[in-house]
Design a protein. Structure first.
Length: 95
């Protein structure tokens, strides 16, 4: 995930980001992803399938998505992650 900071400037107009099968369990990975989300105002689809996201990572992601000025996000796919039903409810309550 250390490549993300270099990509942020190049992908500030990105519409679809598919990070499926990336290991996003570390705080550093989530911080980099959230920074990228903050810098992007055009993202329409964020796909994070099988990224090993847990409730804490989901909470961090929800914070970034509610903070960002990106109003174009239509698809958020966090399927096939080890997330409990209650954690989904908390996230979607924030969005």
């Amino acid at each position: 995930m250390s490549f993300l900071p270099k990509m942020i400037a190049d992908f500030s107009c990105l519409e679809v980001l598919d990070m499926s099968d990336s290991d996003l369990r570390s705080k550093d990975s989530m911080t980099q992803l959230c920074n990228m989300i903050d810098e992007n105002q055009t993202l329409k689809e964020l796909i994070l399938r099988r990224c090993m996201l847990n409730g804490k990572a989901l909470s961090i992601l929800a914070g970034a998505l509610t903070k960002t000025g990106n109003k174009n996000l239509k698809v958020l796919d966090v399927s096939e992650n080890p997330i409990q039903d209650e954690q989904y409810k908390v996230m979607f309550g924030l969005l």
